[in-house]
Ligand binder design. Structure first.
Ligand SMILES: NC(=O)c1ccc[n+]([C@@H]2O[C@H](COP(=O)([O-])OP(=O)(O)OC[C@H]3O[C@@H](n4cnc5c(N)ncnc54)[C@H](O)[C@@H]3O)[C@@H](O)[C@H]2O)c1
Length: 358
């Protein structure tokens, strides 16, 4: 089988996670590194031994796929150009910053017959997959509440480090659209989708950003459960991100992708606590492994503290999807869900906390 020849477009903070991963994957070849700033493309080219370019127009004939590591509001534009040239597209998160832009990208990739994947690497974390399985299989009983806390910290210097950071046009939002989108996606994936939101959205601490640095929302999920989203980039020094999932039979808590608490009474023997007649459903029993409590790397306070294993797994899946002619594990359509939730939270915040349907 010929290797899939990939161009990584955008040689900033996240590009090395992609380049390192591609170089480890059998059947993938890092063919080119592209940045509109020639020095950045040249530096990546020197490090990875791949061709440097300042525009994809220089290299269409030499690639099969692009990885979009450019500012979020450019994903649809560059992704659609690639699709129209017959190239597969793996976009960094978020898919883009508006529903229209995201839909255009999805449609163009579908009609061009190319694969579209969107990075949401935490879906590849083993413990998150286990809790998703437990929640959706009924092993936790009827789901009651799902909460997500992403109390992170980003300095003003971080926002000043790129013209696009903290802007509505290219970042599309702040602590939720950029940092929180990961765990918004985990929460809605585990719980089975969000129906409506009611939010407070503020810029509380930073001086030179257009977007929010605190956002809180009350949720109703599609299955009738309720919950909370708390996102921030103004909580110093930044706390590890958490998911708290509560079903009728107990609780799962994930912190920085690791299962910290698994207290589920699979037999339902405690259910007298809720009154008679609650525990009539037989429930699947799951063996859950609660890992040792050593600390995990997290981007809570440091944007460079990104660990590459989950990216590697997602990129490997994307390469296999191209080779096998199937959809990637996370499609463009799936990546619309967290975007819709975040945009609904922004709208609710603007309207003084009105309930907004997702
Ligand atoms: N999955 C994750 O954990 C994760 C982590 C960080 C960033 N990201 C995402 O990756 C994307 C990039 O973020 P970053 O922090 O690396 O940004 P960055 O500013 O560090 O890098 C972006 C690069 O894109 C280049 N660029 C801009 N416009 C271009 C164009 N038209 N053609 C070619 N190059 C262009 C810039 O010169 C810059 O080098 C964003 O969408 C962000 O949300 C994802």
């Amino acid at each position: 089988m010929n290797s899939i020849r990939i161009a990584v477009v955008g040689c900033g903070a996240i590009h090395s996670t992609h380049c390192d991963a591609i170089q480890q994957i059998e059947g993938a070849k890092l063919a080119a590194v592209v940045d509109e700033v020639p020095e950045r493309a040249a530096a990546a080219s020197q490090k990875y031994g791949a061709q440097a370019a300042t525009s994809l127009n220089e290299i269409w004939d030499e690639i099969d796929a692009v990885h979009l590591c450019v500012p979020s509001g450019l994903h649809h534009k560059i992704g659609m150009e690639a699709a129209l040239h017959g190239k597969h597209v793996l976009s960094e998160k978020p898919i883009d910053v508006s529903i229209d832009a995201a839909n255009s990208l999805i449609k163009t990739c579908r009609t061009s017959g190319v694969k579209l994947g969107v990075v949401s690497q935490h879906r590849f974390a083993n413990d998150i997959q286990q809790v998703k399985e437990a929640a959706q299989s009924g092993a936790m009983g009827r789901l009651l509440e799902g909460d997500m806390y992403n109390k992170w910290y980003r300095s003003q210097q971080y926002y000043d480090s790129g013209d696009w950071r903290g802007t509505w046009q290219l970042d599309g939002g702040g602590c939720l659209m950029n940092q929180g989108v990961h765990y918004v996606d985990m929460l809605q994936w585990i719980m089975g989708g969000v129906k409506s939101v009611q939010a407070q959205v503020r810029t509380q601490a930073h001086q030179r950003i257009e977007v929010e640095d605190i956002a809180n929302a009350l949720l109703e999920f599609n299955n009738g459960a309720v919950g909370v989203i708390q996102g921030s980039t103004s909580v110093y020094p930044g706390m590890a991100e958490r998911l708290e999932i509560h079903g009728l039979y107990g609780t799962a808590i994930i912190e920085a992708d690791r299962l910290k608490v698994w207290k589920v009474d699979a037999e339902g023997s405690q259910l007298g606590l809720y009154g008679d007649g609650v525990n009539k459903q037989p429930t699947p029993k799951l063996e859950m492994h609660v890992p040792s409590p050593e600390s995990q790397p997290t981007g809570a306070g440091d944007p460079t503290a990104i660990w590459g294993e989950q990216h590697r797994l997602q990129i490997e899946d994307f390469v296999r999807a191209i080779a096998d002619g199937r959809d990637p594990f996370i499609t463009g359509e799936m990546a619309l869900e967290p975007l819709k939730i975040i945009l609904a939270i922004y709208k609710s915040g603007q309207l003084g906390g009105q309930v907004i349907e997702v």
